[in-house]
Ligand binder design. Structure first.
Ligand code: AMP
Length: 219
């Protein structure tokens, strides 16, 4: 199944996508992770993306559309994948429809992670991300066993430059202006379902399992 996780930064999309990916074998395609990897290896895409990410702005559409087009052509995406952080505006949504259509494929379900701003600010400002495997922690809600070290791969945890308070506000502003309209776009197509992302990760994952079970029984 092809799933899109739609929601503001900090709404828990990445955490849930990783869990579902491990459970079903659908690759988790996070454009944010792809861009951060590109920056860390110093590739051309990374150099192009860095200043946009640091400011909390969107990276140009052509860059992320090419990344996704390349990634979904690989064999491991043949039975489905989870998109996290893409599409982020209407132009990217149209590009996605075109690339899937040309391969005889289509989106199965779009899941909207609904959450309010005070929750997001608390989550993002306490968030720490593993510099090696991108696992997320929260200094209060889900701290690592050893301070600032990833439980899974032992690499250092970082406080992302775009998770700093002034950049968080810019990212949330861009989300409401550019990305939130996608909810209406996919609702009209009959693909949208919402979940309450203010709940705990376990409760959100239970909601997702119910939603996917319903989806499969309709197929
Ligand atoms: P994320 O990890 O999804 O919060 O993404 C981090 C940053 O990467 C965003 O603030 C953007 O600068 C950039 N980014 C990720 N995905 C996209 C996208 N689909 N379109 C444009 N920029 C993106």
């Amino acid at each position: 199944m092809i799933l899109i996780f739609l929601g503001p930064p900090g709404s828990g999309k990445g955490t849930q996508a990783k869990r579902l990916s491990a459970e079903h074998g659908w690759p988790h395609l996070s454009t944010g992770d792809m861009l951060r990897t590109a920056i860390s290896i110093g590739s051309r895409v990374g150099l192009e993306a860095k200043s946009f990410i640091d400011q909390g702005a969107l990276v140009p559409d052509s860059v992320v559309i090419n990344l996704i087009a390349e990634r979904i052509s690989t064999m491991d995406c043949a039975h489905g994948f989870i998109l996290d952080g893409f599409p982020r505006n209407i132009a990217q949504a149209h590009a996605l429809d075109a690339m899937l259509g040309s391969r005889g494929r289509s989106i199965g379900r779009v899941v909207l992670f609904e959450i309010t701003e005070p929750f997001l600010i608390k989550r993002l400002s306490g968030r720490r991300t593993c510099s090696g495997c991108n696992t997320m922690y929260h200094i209060e809600a889900s701290p690592p066993k050893r301070e600032e070290v990833c439980d899974l791969c032992g690499k250092a945890l970082i406080h992302r430059s775009d998770d700093q308070p002034e950049v968080i506000h810019k990212r949330l502003e861009i989300y409401s202006k550019e990305t939130e309209p996608l909810a209406g776009f996919y609702r009209i197509e009959g693909k949208l379902q919402s979940i309450d992302a203010t709940l705990s990760p376990l409760e959100v994952s239970q909601q997702l399992s119910i939603l996917l079970a319903e989806e499969r029984s309709e197929l």
